[in-house]
Design a protein around this ligand. Structure first.
Ligand code: PLP
Length: 411
C-alpha cells in the first residue's frame, strides 16, 4: 500500500488487550510504567534474556515503545527497530555496540556535527580510525576501504546542512560486498522520500525529533535494522547504554506519524519554492537544495529521493554580517536550533549544530561560515517567501552598518 495509507494504519495497530467491551483503542495506549510485575520468579528471569519476551523493565522494552519500533520498522521497510531517547542516543548506541578498538570507519564528509563529534571522540579515546569520504562515487569507497578492518560505513541520505546526497545504491552495494556494516542517517529524508534499506543499508538511524515526530515537542531517536539478527545482537549493549525511549515520548512520536507523508509533501513544496526564489535573489550567492538544478547532488538526488526535502541552505553575498542580520529579522520563521517541525526555522550551522567542526572540517564539508539554514515548515509558501524577502532586505540594510563585532558572531 501507498505510504499515505501505511502511515495511518500501521500506527493504529496498538498492542495490548481489548477493552472490556471487546473494542480496541484506536490510539496506542501509553504504558507509563518503569517495571512490570510477575507471579513467578522463573518467568521473570526467563523474560530478561529475550528482547521480544514479556516486558520486564522499560529500559529493556515497553509496549508503547515497542509499538513505535514496529511502526518505524514497517515504514522504513526494515525487519525490526530499537527506539532511543534521542537521535544522538541512537547513533552513539549503534556505534558503541558495533565498534571495537582498532576498527576503521568510513563516514561521509558532510554530516551532522554531533555525529562528527562522536566519531572524533571514538578516534581520540578508543583507537578507532575514522576516514571521511565525499560519497559521490563507489570508486572512492573502493580506494579507501581496508578489507578486514573497515567495520562501518556511515552516511546521511540528505546531509545537514548542505543537502549533499551520497550515491546510496553504489556505496551500499560496495559496503555489502566488503562485509562492512552500513549505517544511514535518514532523519532529513524520512521514509517518505527515501528508504535506505531498499538500497542495501544494514541500519537506518533517525533523529525522530525531526520530521517523524514533526511538531517540535519531543526528542527521540531510532535504529531500524534490515536483518533482525543484528538488532538482537546489539540489544543487550543498548540496554546497558541506557538511552531508552520514554513511553510518552514514543507516544508523541507515534502521534505525529500518520501525517508524516502530508507534512513531507508540504515541506518539500515550500523548500522548493524558497530555493527557486532565493536562487534568483541578488543578495544570495549560492543556494543548496538537492532538487534544485545545479546542486552538485542533483542527478543522484533525483534518482534516490522522491522529493527534495524540507531543508534549504544559502549563502548571502554579504557574508557573515548579512547572515546574522537575516536570521534576526525573520518574522514568520523563528530563529531556533532544530528542523523538521511544522514551523519554519532558521539557524546558523557553523556556530550551532556544526560548531564541533573546525574551520578546515567546515570547509571540507562545504559549510561556509556565513551559511544560513532554513527548515521550511508547512505554512503557506507565499507567506514564507514574503517573510524571507523582507528579512533579506533588512539584512542588506543592517549589514551596511555592521561592526566587526557582528561579523565575529558568525565565525
Ligand atoms: N542526525 C541528524 C541528521 C540531525 O540533524 C540531528 C540533530 O539535529 C541528529 C542526528 C541528532 O538528533 P537529536 O537531536 O534527536 O539527538
Amino acid at each position: 500500500m501507498d505510504i499515505h495509507t501505511r502511515a495511518v494504519h500501521i500506527v493504529n495497530d496498538p498492542p495490548g488487550e481489548a477493552t472490556r467491551s471487546g473494542g480496541h483503542p484506536l490510539s496506542v495506549p501509553i504504558v507509563q510504567s518503569s517495571a512490570f510485575a510477575f507471579d513467578s520468579a522463573d518467568a521473570l528471569a526467563d523474560a530478561m534474556a529475550d528482547p521480544d519476551g514479556p516486558y520486564v523493565y522499560s529500559r529493556r522494552g515497553n509496549p508503547t515503545v515497542r509499538a513505535l519500533e514496529r511502526t518505524l520498522a514497517g515504514l522504513e521497510g526494515g525487519a525490526s527497530a530499537l527506539a532511543f531517547a534521542s537521535g544522538m542516543g541512537a547513533i552513539s548506541g549503534v556505534f558503541l555496540a558495533l565498534l571495537r578498538p582498532g576498527d576503521h570507519v568510513l563516514a561521509q564528509r558532510c554530516l551532522y556535527g554531533g555525529t562528527y563529534a562522536v566519531l572524533s571522540d571514538l578516534a581520540a579515546r578508543y583507537g578507532i580510525e575514522v576516514e571521511y569520504l565525499a560519497g559521490d562515487d563507489r570508486a572512492e569507497f573502493e580506494r579507501l576501504v581496508r578489507p578486514g578492518r573497515t567495520r562501518l560505513l556511515h552516511l546521511e541520505t540528505i546531509a545537514n546542512p548542505t543537502g549533499h546526497v551520497p550515491d546510496l545504491p553504489g556505496l551500499l552495494a560496495a559496503a555489502r560486498r566488503h562485509g562492512v556494516t552500513s549505517v544511514v542517517d535518514n532523519s532529513l529524508a524520512s521514509p517518505v522520500l527515501c528508504r535506505p534499506v531498499e538500497h542495501g543499508a544494514d541500519i537506518v538511524v533517525h533523529s525522530t525529533t525531526k520530521y517523524l515526530a514533526g511538531h517540535s515537542d519531543v526528542l527521540g531517536g531510532a535504529a531500524v535494522f534490515a536483518d533482525d539478527g543484528l538488532r538482537r545482537a546489539i540489544w543487550p549493549r543498548t540496554v546497558e547504554l541506557g538511552a531508552a525511549a520514554d513511553p510518552f515520548a514514543a507516544w508523541l512520536t507515534l502521534r505525529g506519524l500518520p501525517t508524516l507523508p502530508l507534512r513531507m509533501r508540504q515541506h518539500c513544496v515550500n523548500a522548493g519554492l524558497l530555493a527557486r526564489r532565493l536562487a534568483e535573489h541578488p543578495a544570495v550567492r549560492a543556494v543548496h537544495w538537492p532538487w534544485l538544478a545545479g546542486h552538485p547532488s542533483y542527478d543522484v538526488a533525483r534518482k534516490v529521493l522522491s522529493g527534495g526535502g524540507g531543508m534549504v541552505s544559502f549563502e548571502l553575498a554579504g557574508g557573515r554580517a548579512e547572515g546574522r542580520a537575516f536570521i534576526e529579522n525573520v518574522r514568520v520563521a523563528r530563529l531556533a536550533l532544530s528542523l523538521g517541525g511544522v514551523e519554519t526555522l532558521v539557524a546558523h550551522p557553523a556556530s550551532t549544530s556544526h560548531r564541533e567542526l573546525d574551520e578546515r572540517a567546515l570547509a571540507a564539508a562545504g559549510i561556509g561560515t556565513g551559511l544560513v539554514r532554513v527548515s521550511a515548515g508547512i505554512e503557506d509558501g507565499e507567506d514564507l517567501w514574503r517573510d524571507i524577502a523582507q528579512a533579506l532586505d533588512a539584512a542588506r540594510g543592517a549589514a551596511a552598518h555592521s561592526t566587526s563585532d557582528t561579523a565575529a558572531y558568525l565565525d
